[in-house]
Design a protein around this ligand. Structure first.
Ligand code: ACO
Length: 311
């Protein structure tokens, strides 16, 4: 019977159809999805911190309203993604425990500090730009609930990317000091943004399996190249330089050539030793502990209502 189920699963993937929660799936497929979706959800939630730190210091009411909306969107993305993980049998409370115990990962990018308001613009432009490159193909991921969550998330990410670019265009039309701030932020965020796509293909243990299952649609290096090709003309239009002396158009390949990120740095940041890892997890843990009364109250309220219905 298992062989028949496996055959049906393989045929569904082969026809580019979706796997749904009620369908049989191999354990490895389920585990891989829970891992990737949970890491993705954690990234959205931890990702609220670096920009959230600027909400009280935004330079105008307009910028504050935009930033508030954006950080709230990230909370929403985290919640859709935790829901998608729950359709696979994962327990949300347990996923949160695994994040704050360091047993599950979240994106390396959110372990870098936001030093000036230009960082808010550069995160929108580069970090959300990289997120879009990585996530648009995930709208075609083979697991239905994940793919559908990605559609709305990508629409909101596009707004985030545009608000960042618009913020930077505004700063670039300002004073020399503002232009310097933008360039400094670009210098600090460029390489970490390239690292978001993960290790190079020959050092990516999960890629081949995930691509065969059509969870991932492109390899880490393909998406990194796509991001560079998309971003260089935007940098030119903005009037900033990207901090890579090897960056140049390659006519033969029809792509930009670019230098190699510092893969040791990525390894360090993923393993917990980045500039802000400890701070990010401590903040998340404190928020979780300080929110215990809300969870208890919600559970008590739900129990009371259920008892009321039974009476
Ligand atoms: N930061 C943290 N961990 C990473 C990163 C990164 N930038 N890149 C890779 N890793 C981890 C992988 O999760 C994997 O961990 P594990 O096997 O121990 O669980 C390990 O390093 C090896 O990498 P890969 O084999 O390449 O892993 P995978 O096939 O999962 O590819 C990728 C990594 C591209 C990030 C993939 O998981 C993905 O597309 N995830 C969905 C998108 C996402 O999570 N985005 C979050 C940031 S964007 C945002 O939230 C705004």
């Amino acid at each position: 019977a298992e062989a028949r189920l496996q055959e049906h699963f393989d045929a569904t993937i082969g026809r580019d159809q979706r796997i749904e929660p009620r369908d049989w799936m191999p354990d490895g497929y389920r585990r891989t999805l829970i891992r990737q979706i949970a890491q993705h959800a954690h990234s959205e939630i931890i990702g609220m911190q670096p920009e959230g730190q600027w909400i009280t210091r935004a330079p105008s009411l307009r910028r504050k309203a935009i930033l508030l909306a954006k950080v709230q969107d990230e909370a929403g993305h985290g919640l859709y993604l935790y829901s998608a993980a729950e359709t696979l049998g994962a327990d949300r409370a347990e996923l949160t425990e695994m994040l704050i115990d360091g047993r599950q990962k979240y994106s390396s990018i959110f372990n870098y500090p936001t030093l000036t308001f230009a960082d808010v613009g550069v995160i929108g432009w580069l970090v959300d730009g990289a997120a879009i490159c990585n996530q648009v193909p995930l709208c075609r991921s083979s697991y239905g609930p994940y793919a559908r969550a990605m559609i709305r998330i990508c629409k909101e990410e596009s707004f985030h990317q545009r608000q960042g670019y618009e913020l930077l265009l505004t700063m670039m039309r300002g004073t020399d000091a503002q232009r310097e701030m933008v360039q400094d932020a670009v210098n600090r965020w460029w390489w970490p943004s390239l690292m978001m796509f993960g290790p190079p293909d020959d050092a990516s243990p999960n890629s081949a399996r995930s691509m065969a299952w059509k969870i991932k649609r492109h390899s880490n290096d393909e998406l990194r190249q796509r991001f560079v090709d998309m971003t260089v003309p935007q940098a030119e239009k903005l009037g900033v330089t990207l901090p890579d002396p090897e960056l140049r158009w390659n006519d033969e390949r029809g792509h930009y050539d670019f230098g190699a990120p510092d893969w040791d740095e990525l390894r360090r940041v993923i393993s917990g030793d980045g500039p802000c890892n400890a701070e990010r997890i401590a903040r998340r843990r404190a928020a979780h502990e300080e929110g215990a009364w809300v969870r208890e109250a919600a559970a008590a309220y739900a129990a009371k209502r259920a008892a009321g219905r039974r009476a």
